[in-house]
Write a protein that binds this ligand. Sequence first.
Ligand code: PMP
Length: 380
Amino acid sequence: MQFQSKLPEVGTTVFTVMSALASKAKAMNLGQGFPDFPMSSELIEMVNGAMRQGYNQYAPMEGWLPLRETIAEKIEDLYQHTVRADSEITITPGGTYAIYTALTTLLQPGDEVIVFEPAYDSYIPNIRVNGAVPVSIPLEYPSYSINWSTVRAAVNSKTKLIMLNSPHNPTGAVLRHEDIEELRKLVHGTNIFIHSDEVYEHIVFDGLPHLSMIRYPDLFERSFVSFSLGKVFHCTGWKMGYSVAPEWLMKEFRKVHQFNAFSVHTPVQVAMASFLKEKSNYISLSGFMQEKRDHFRDLMSKTRFKPLASHGSYFQIYSYSAISDAPDFDFAKELVAHHGVAAIPVSAFYQSGKDDKVLRFCFAKKKETLEAGVGKLAKV
Ligand code: PMP
């Protein structure tokens, strides 16, 4: 039998490779992007309670309405825009699924999609699996900001979509007001859509605001915005997220979702509808994570790694060019094998493998993990 792969270029991800090396070497894993500290036991109890109360059958395809209503209130509060819980929000099994579904809703074979690299690893395969063409634009090293004149030069009649991600994985860069103005000018009067990955909306530091697409009616009218409740409540393994888009786009999104997952874990939605009502449960996240980020940076200042500006997300990136000339993959492997710390080489987030000698560290970890990990890095 013959079979043509839809994603022939996709192999084992860097996360799998690094995690396998980390566990073999019994290394501190500062590579993987998820917390190693416990989530709220209150939320766990609430999910248990929902199960005992009998919320164990299919939820509505669009998501549990009280959860969508609470999300709509949160959006109104944070981004001063009214989104309709009935027709503009859909609960999804995680942010990655929301992204995939948005792209599958929009893309036709041959469409071009502008993707900034380094890019979260699902974007390009999601574009390709839909027969569309990724047009990669590198972010400017070392600020990892967008060069808008390069973007303007890349736009043509086939450009269907621009993919944004702020706060950004892997670099922690965030969009600024100037970026929003450039984006507005660029898309005005065109048929270009926007996908905005905002899974780290509550993890922004240094007093900077999170500039959600939902704040800007002229941008939101052409946008899908993807969120992750797993990131907000330290339960990435629950795979809970949601998509927000204007009604005419969300109607099409639901057609794709309906015949894929169809609906999402009911008891978790019921519990999250109540938990999310308490604003402090998500407003406190930036402060909590900034404390970890600042502690990590303090510890790292005693090493030979040089920090690059990172203002959000779970991640901080560091240059090791003062330590070694080795390619970042080799350096990361050496770090695991000889120094017992796993980090992710940033070249893995580029199709071209562009290597600026930068590693991504995840600081969403217990104090002890950070101190033990950086203790080892101090000897490098
Ligand atoms: N987008 C980005 C930028 C991420 O870092 C992640 C999580 N690693 C996701 C989306 C996916 O979120 P979820 O776990 O809810 O699918």
